[in-house]
Design a protein around this ligand. Structure first.
Ligand code: MN
Length: 304
């Protein structure tokens, strides 16, 4: 469904993407969407689980983005070339900033029998930050936020009078919200566009029913009405991101040649070069796929 003139909302349906491996995870992806590559600087949204599959993602690189890993159930061990080695638990945030280059691995705790579920999100870095140094934050003490008929956890940005200490580089919000009552109204930053991701079952957003795992896009508005007592949603928002993005594999750049260079740098020296080394995996890494036989082009957002 495309967004016509004068429309202020759009349902982005998930598509299933297998991440590979014998017991690999299938994710449900809502961003980037054909008609809508970004919501604020949020540019990638994968929902996974509940599943008995296990995450086993060997070292791989990123440029031009932040990864936001948010487990709902199950634990994930994160290691990166900065020396980080963290077991991430539900309710905690891993925020990795690639700058010009980082590499990491993400592997489920093999001793944890809990079916996994959660989300992985990417945030596009603005020009002012994307060429900078890599960084990693594990934030176990996120603020608890609440209002009439709901409570939640503030992941990034400001919401309901509180602020997350997780560092982002454009005006952005991410908050997990549980609806304790039917018919909840949330106040929103009217300079932000938003998306509501149905994390654990169908909900209604401004009267529009959306299925489990779908993402309801909202043009800038000062409030939203949610209906689905007992359900949990992820509210994502931000100032519309003006820079055009070329996204391919694990890279976000601004043109084709940057992506080619990022790929060459990984395949030429996956251990020890631009992206450093993730200890604990020997010489194992995920090779980049072949580039398509066409020049990569920016993803274009439809105007409201
Ligand atoms: Mn990654």
């Amino acid at each position: 469904m495309t967004l016509g003139e004068g429309m202020t909302a759009e349902t982005l349906l998930p598509r299933e993407v297998p991440l590979g491996g014998i017991r690999g995870i299938t994710v449900h992806r809502t961003l980037p969407h054909r008609s809508r590559p970004t919501i604020g600087a949020w540019c990638f949204a994968d929902h996974f689980g509940p599943t008995d599959a296990r995450m086993h993602v060997l070292p791989h690189p990123h440029i031009g983005l932040q990864t936001v890993t948010w487990p709902v159930a199950g634990q994930i061990r994160h290691r990166d070339n900065l020396g980080s080695d963290v077991v991430l638990k539900p309710g905690e945030l891993n925020l990795m900033t690639s700058g010009a280059g980082v590499s990491h691995s993400e592997i489920s705790d093999p001793s944890d029998p809990t079916p996994m579920s959660g989300v992985q999100l990417w945030v596009a870095l603005p020009e002012s930050r994307r060429h900078g140094a890599a960084d990693f934050e594990h934030v176990p003490d996120l603020p608890t936020v609440e209002g009439r008929g709901w409570h939640g956890t503030l992941i990034v940005g400001d919401f309901a009078g509180l602020s997350s200490r997780a560092r982002v580089y454009t005006p952005l919000v991410g908050v997990q919200i549980t609806l304790d009552e039917p018919d909840v109204v949330l106040d929103l930053d009217p300079s932000f566009e938003h998306g509501v991701l149905a994390l654990d079952g169908p909900v209604s957003v401004d009267g529009v029913p959306i299925e489990h795992r779908a993402l309801q896009y909202l043009a800038p508005t000062s409030r939203v009405r949610l209906d689905g007592a007992g359900r949990t949603v992820l509210l994502l928002g931000g100032e519309p991101f003006a820079e055009k993005l070329v996204m391919w594999w694990n890279f976000i750049g601004r043109d084709h040649d940057e992506i080619v260079q990022a790929r060459d740098d990984w395949m030429g020296q996956p251990v020890g070069g631009r992206y450093g080394r993730v200890d604990g995996h020997g010489e194992d890494f995920i090779p980049a796929p072949e580039l398509p036989n066409v020049r990569l082009r920016p993803r274009v957002r439809l105007k409201l």
